[in-house]
Design a protein around this ligand. Sequence first.
Ligand SMILES: [Mn+2]
Length: 358
Amino acid sequence: MTDLYSASASRMANNLLEASEYVKNNDGAMLIFLHRSVDGDCVGSACGMCKVLRDLGVNAYVAMPEHLPKDMEFMGVEDLLFNIFDEEDKDVFNFRSNRTIYGKPYIQALSVDISEPGRMGCCGEFFSECDKKLTIDHHASITMRGDNMWIEPDASSTAELCFYVTEKIAEQLGKELSEVLSSLAAQCFMTGIVTDTGRFTYKNTRPETLDTAGKLMLHGGDITSVSYNLFDRKALYKFRVSAEARMRVKLYCGGKLAITTVPMSLFDKHEALPDAVDDVVSAMRDIEGVEVAIVLRELSTGEIRANVRSVSEFDSAAFAANYGGGGHVRAAGFTVNDPSISIEDLAEDVIKKAAALL
Ligand SMILES: [Mn+2]
């Protein structure tokens, strides 16, 4: 851990220990918030911190804005979740009407991998309204920073930061790390790190990241199971639709532009969910010579969803903005909601516009 992180991690550990005392002394509950379209890092960070805090006697829950994705069921975190999206549930109903969680008042909030309530889906309003909030995140934020927030845009993952906080919690309590970090928490943090580093291959992987993964491994984190469950294991429909989408790839501009279209009929044929082609666009970017990869897929709503990935020069976000979308320079997307435009028409237009830039 760098010195810079050491001071910030210590401060956040101290904040969390104070928050824990406050929750315990008032016989209340703490909710941990994450972003919508949940991923391995936000779920891993939230559940890992939740388990660490529960083991310290804090009544803590992860506030879920949506169902836990099937891919993540292997984590074994069901007991930690409070499904705020499930308005039919009587405990959620009680929470919404009187802000109690199983009879305990909700008095403390922690957000991980997100600082903006606007990106927390149905949970955002409950984060905003809490007087006592803490945040641990690695996304650059427009929110004002303060002692209650630790945001480190260069960190590989929020889970890596959560691990540092956990180390400091152990230190401040004068305990061994193993007394504070259970194997479940270690596996959760490992899930976050493996997800956000693309199994330790992205540029955000630093020596400290690998060092952290080593420590997590010693405490029960299992890289092989995380890697298999989140990267390799695939539903048959994904395997098949993804293969068909790859077969349909066409190259333009001397091989610099790769595009494929996935009509609804292909999803129907394999009884596939829309996530069936999630892995196709980055695979297309890896084709030798390709600068820009674009996947167009029809959704059951009649909309067409586009994913854009680029290798170097091409600005994916600026390109997506032509169609009202956005994102990052190397990864962006847009959605077209116009019944008069077919997926073939859109492909033709996209090819023309992209070709002009290549
Ligand atoms: Mn993250």
